[in-house]
Ligand binder design. Structure first.
Ligand SMILES: [Zn+2]
Length: 77
């Protein structure tokens, strides 16, 4: 289950929430009921990054693709 980080714009309280993709995002601060904004979680980022870097960065040029690139789909975009 992905972990989301929220930050309250009213009291600056930060909290993490484990949510399913189908769950509605949190909109209220559990502390003051203020408006919260979703932050880009470092955890989620590094998890994503690991897979990415493990496959190697795909060059835009016609240089040979890194091993695993063709099957990993990093050149799809
Ligand atoms: Zn708050």
């Amino acid at each position: 289950m992905p972990m989301y980080e929220y930050r309250c714009s009213a009291c600056e309280h930060q909290f993490e929430l484990r949510q399913k993709f189908s769950d509605a995002p949190a909109s209220e601060c559990p502390q003051c009921g203020g408006h919260v904004e979703k932050m880009i979680s470092q955890t989620a980022f590094s998890l994503k990054g690991d897979g990415w870097f493990a496959q190697g960065y795909c060059p835009k040029t016609e240089a040979p693709k890194p091993a695993g690139c063709a099957s990993g789909g990093c050149c799809a975009a």
